[in-house]
Design a protein around this ligand. Sequence first.
Ligand SMILES: C[S@@+](CC[C@H](N)C(=O)[O-])C[C@H]1O[C@@H](n2cnc3c(N)ncnc32)[C@H](O)[C@@H]1O
Ligand code: SF4
Length: 420
Amino acid sequence: MFESRYRSHHDSGRALKDILEPYIESKRLTKKDFEEVMDSYPKNDKRVLYVHTPYCDKLCTFCNLNRKLLQNGMEQYTNYIVSEFERIGKTEYIKSKPFDALYFGGGTPTTYSESEMDKLLNSLTKNLKYSEDYEFTFETTLHNLTDEKLKIMQNYGVNRLSIGIQTFSDRGRKLLNRTYDQKEILKRLNHLRDIFDGHMCIDIIYAYPDQTEEEVINDAKLTCEVMADSASFYSLMIQPGSALASMIENGKFKFERTNEWEINLHNKFLENINNNYEILELSKIRRKNRDRYRYITLRYDNADTFPVGIGAGGNVANMGVFNMSPEMQFYSYTDEISKKYNKILGHMQYAKYDLKYFENEISEYSMDLLEKRLKEYVKNDYAFEDENKYVLTNEGLFWGNNIAVDLLGLIIKNEFEFNK
Ligand SMILES: C[S@@+](CC[C@H](N)C(=O)[O-])C[C@H]1O[C@@H](n2cnc3c(N)ncnc32)[C@H](O)[C@@H]1O
Ligand code: SF4
């Protein structure tokens, strides 16, 4: 049904933006507008904090995220983030309410030294509050996560690790330029299970060059064996500017993949996950009753995301905020229409179309169109009916972001063109 695939929520988010473009007004806002929001903010919304660390001590071949190779230590950046916590800690917005989820992402936020990490987290807890039921995540990679750093993180309340594993295959790890072989990662993950009380979540990438069925099956089995609390499984995106993209452009190796090859690896991964796991969203499985994934679920529900650090973006009240550098931020207006449909796109990530949910969001005529199209997906084996819900099959999960964009296109066109 589809030719090219939207591989992630970012891809479908961009497609949604294009669909909405004719119907919304885009506006640049200023630092003054932002400061006004920070000084007079309604106190009842859910909120999450995102802190970006744009450094890694080693670069992976597939990655073009907002990160640089660490050259001169992290002292200067630590001091900058500490000064940001102190500055924002004085505002009404920050003082008025605790954060429900905190997320240190990157790059790799465990590249700080132990003393820098202590300084950073000490300043965080002095200047910002967390709610009672908070979730506090650190992204990390095993080779720079020492026991001492973990102890410091736990002392300041970190209760969730998002660990980039990518693959357990030694061949795959070399290709992706990851540190350690399978034996060493298993040893370290098992050790972490023993000393860390929080949730241990991992990232897996599939459909990398020449990946075999055996490799993906092994990744699924070992994910269960180390009892990961959740695992994201993204198919490799060849990112412009990444080392892998250059290797392919320069003809160092050939990489021509077909949808059939990719779907097969995707399905093999899911088929080899044991019964202790369930689908959490399009590209994520969770050990039952474990990872709560509050940072993302709150964001899907339109919670504010307060961004700190260079390269961090978020949204505060009706403003989009992006920190380009310490001196330069961009502010934009987020209209109610975009909020509404982004929230629906967020809901669609859960891989279940619950008609009751949509009845409250869209018109009756759009409901008819939605149901008709969902029935077509059932006919094509992308979904099955379960009472009032349409649940995606493994094929449906693979094409899940395309299905979401297709359905949103249908709904939005109908709501704006026919209901005028
Ligand atoms: C910031 S990184 C995770 C933490 C840490 N930096 C690490 O790699 O160990 C975010 C995750 O995005 C995924 N990712 C990044 N680039 C990707 C790509 N080109 N294709 C698929 N997934 C990608 C990886 O699974 C990666 O773990
Ligand atoms: S995947 Fe993680 S460790 Fe690798 S370069 Fe990207 S951010 Fe750094």
